[in-house]
Design a protein around this ligand. Structure first.
Ligand SMILES: NC(=O)c1ccc[n+]([C@@H]2O[C@H](COP(=O)([O-])OP(=O)(O)OC[C@H]3O[C@@H](n4cnc5c(N)ncnc54)[C@H](O)[C@@H]3O)[C@@H](O)[C@H]2O)c1
Length: 403
């Protein structure tokens, strides 16, 4: 029996992501025994008393508080998860860095690039480890897709197409939660879903150089929920309506930098939070001169691959993820047994802790968040002035693949 190192965990915000992060830490010794850590849930913060009770009584934190500063002040907390709404990311991220706490923060790290950059500056000053909630890049089928592209098997990558279509706000009775208010969320579906897609493009194909975009808001008003209540999944019957202040849909034309692995490739990125039918269809298609591949989150464990050469038998082959793809083997012993969304978060937790412990740096970091937020800001600026916008390169090292 090996001895394990204690890892004191603090959680800020006990919503959906707060729960998922907590379960991910708890799962680490099961799926990654070689990490040699024993997570201890020390303290969770949320202003809503019911959520504090939930953190203590159900999730298993020893203590709960209404004030996140208490989490950051604790000497027995080694790492912190920041799962607050977007408008609090900059304030809490900066406070965490200044308190010397390494943190795993949810995307999009603030409402706009200026927020993300302010967190980046604090992180650079203090040298804490960061990880970002860009969970889709951990999907084993996509890790395999990345390998195929890097090997050159698809030939020269010419173009790509990403559509992140969700229905979480398709019902106009959906509550006017913080996600629809500019001051609290920043952008709408651009920060929420396109940020993920941009990160995938950076991770698999390389950095985006320029963007042209258009947006629309499909449901301009929604019912105002009771104070303190109402997530974007809650339906409210009747009552007063308030304005939706950000976009439900965005369409972008992008081009990669010439130093990207997919040098100069063109692509379209689209996202909607109001589709009917597509539920969480996060789809990425990549085309090269010798083949192409397709992945969709709704079929997380599958990759469709077509390799050219035979003029008759050209077509897609469906490949199931298996133990040789990414971290799949840590979860299931054989191909075809499905992994899920929460498993991607466990992989994310592993990469964060590994990096915090000074081992391999496979995690996404604050520079990746800045890179994604600059693309989103460029898209929104383009939607305003109807012009192409250049994306400024980031200063720190990211996972974007260059030649
Ligand atoms: N990576 C992903 O796939 C993914 C999925 C969903 C959400 N997210 C991100 O996670 C973040 C949280 O989203 P969610 O869906 O969990 O939200 P949520 O609405 O379920 O939870 C937010 C929580 O924050 C708490 N909160 C509000 N003010 C606070 C304060 N001052 N201090 C501490 N806590 C406070 C609320 O009480 C609530 O419990 C967002 O940034 C969102 O974009 C990421």
């Amino acid at each position: 029996m090996t001895t394990s190192q204690r890892l004191g965990v603090g959680l800020i915000s006990v919503g959906w992501m707060g729960k998922v992060h907590t379960r991910a830490y708890q799962a680490l010794p099961v799926f990654y025994p070689e990490l040699g850590i024993k997570p201890e849930l020390v303290i969770a913060a949320d202003p809503v008393p019911d959520r504090q009770d939930y953190a203590r009584d159900v999730l298993g934190f020893a203590e709960a508080t209404g004030d996140y500063h208490e989490v950051l002040a604790r000497t027995d907390v080694d790492v912190v998860s920041i799962c607050a709404p977007n408008f609090l990311h900059a304030e809490i991220g900066i406070a965490a860095a200044k308190a010397g706490k390494s943190f795993w923060i949810e995307k999009p790290v603030g409402r706009h690039a200026a927020d993300t950059e302010s967190v980046e500056a604090a992180v650079q000053e203090t040298g804490v480890t960061t990880s970002i909630g860009f969970n889709y890049r951990h999907a084993p089928a996509l890790e395999y897709a990345k390998q195929i592209i890097a090997s050159g098997e698809l030939g020269r990558i010419t173009n790509f197409r990403g559509t992140f279509f969700a229905d979480y706000s398709s019902d106009p009775r959906g509550a006017l939660s913080w996600r629809f208010i500019k001051e609290m969320a920043g952008s709408g579906v651009s920060g929420d879903l396109v940020g993920h897609l941009v990160d995938l493009v950076h991770y698999i194909l390389g950095p985006i150089d320029r963007v042209s975009a258009a947006t629309s808001t499909v449901h301009p008003q929604r019912p105002i929920p009771a104070p303190g209540g109402g997530t974007h999944f809650d339906l409210v019957e009747g009552g007063e309506l308030g304005d939706v202040e950000n976009e439900d849909y965005v369409a972008m034309l992008v081009q990669l930098r010439t130093d990207a692995v997919a040098s100069g490739a063109l692509g379209t990125l689209e996202a909607s939070r109001v589709t009917v039918g597509k539920r969480a269809s996060y789809d990425l298609e990549i085309y090269g001169t010798n083949g192409s591949l397709k992945w969709d989150f709704e079929r997380l464990n599958e990759l469709e691959l077509a390799i050219g050469g035979d003029p008759v038998r050209v077509g897609y082959q469906r490949i199931m993820a298996g133990p040789s793809f990414g971290d799949f083997g840590h979860f299931q012993p054989g191909a075809g047994t499905s992994m899920g969304f929460d498993d991607l978060k466990i992989i994310e937790a592993k990469k964060f802790v590994q990096s915090y412990l000074g081992r391999e740096h496979l995690n996404s970091n604050i520079h990746d968040a800045v890179a994604a937020s600059r693309v989103v800001d460029a898209a929104l600026a383009s939607a305003e002035d109807e012009r192409w916008h250049k994306v400024a390169p980031v200063s720190g090292s990211t996972a974007a693949v260059t030649k």
